[in-house]
Write a protein that binds this ligand. Sequence first.
Ligand code: SF4
Ligand code: SF4
Length: 359
Amino acid sequence: MVLSLDELDFGPPDYKEFLPPVSKKNYGKWKYHEHIKGGVIKHVAESGDEAYTVRAAIPKYVAAETVNKLCDIAEKYCEGYIKFTSRHNVSFIVPKAKDVDSVIKDVEAMGFPVGGTDHSLKAIIQCVGWTHCHTPATDSPSITKALYEEFYDEFKDNNAFPERIKMAVSGCINMCGATHASDIAIIGMHRKVPTVIDEIVEKFCSVPNLIKSCPKYAIKPKRGNLKTVVIDEEKCMYCGICYSLCEGMPIHNPEYDGVSIWVGGKVSNTRKGPLLARLIIPFMPNEPPHWENVVKVVRKIVDIYKANAEEDERVGEWIERIGWEKFFQITDIPFSDKSIDDWIFSVETYRKGTNFKMV
Ligand code: SF4
Ligand code: SF4
């Protein structure tokens, strides 16, 4: 049997097949929405139909049994439709206003807070960290939990901040946790080059692949033994990609690994357009399980932002308005040369004038 091209290359299914009936019926014809309480958005269509989004934060990993229980709620109140978002939320599109409180009650009974809408803390994104990846320099799941515990009330409050705050945590600079595009980001940092264990590289690793894997061209064949490699320490940026390919290049170092803090990123196109987060604290030691000092710094930045930003101003927009010098000054964070962007193509982003905003 010969299969046609369509049958061979079918790609992802059409997303419209998965829309709840009320969304499908009113597709492209929604009139307005309003945030009626923490975690609940009311949508009104031109036809007069209404639907209510109930949003709750869930962990990055959930057991199949938990998914089944969430699906039971969707079956009961949402015509069998449920949505898991890329920000680790579960969203229920509830067609009847009378069912909204029941959905909230059932989801919260499972231990998942309903919130993350309007000007609140959005669900915190984290990378899988050590649970499924071997390059982390820190424990992204436990940092995320510590931040949630600190900002629990702000997650549920639609008026917690002048604008939404998005936080994200990545275990290393590969940033699988969307950290560069978040208002406040915690990123794990390795600070030592991988250790090359010749015996393992020789036996189990492909040297050409290893050389090709390095984004900084820092890996070379070893002179006198082409079955293994050496690393140019000046070029290495401690990303750990080579370790993903080869067990013989471990990068972990409990004494030197830790976290950095970045602020001011956003994806949305509103007002100033998308912004990349910038490094403000290059290194803090790992302090599991409660991460007191990391949480303390984040709380301080959030409180100062809250007290000083204008309505509808995201963290990055607020900092750009007052100036980075002023930001470092009022948050009392020491400025270091590590915060200066020295990436070869970053010249475009430099402020080239001579005006400094120190007051
Ligand atoms: S950010 Fe780093 S530690 Fe986290 S999943 Fe990605 S590669 Fe692994
Ligand atoms: S850690 Fe990254 S930059 Fe350093 S040698 Fe390995 S792949 Fe290259």
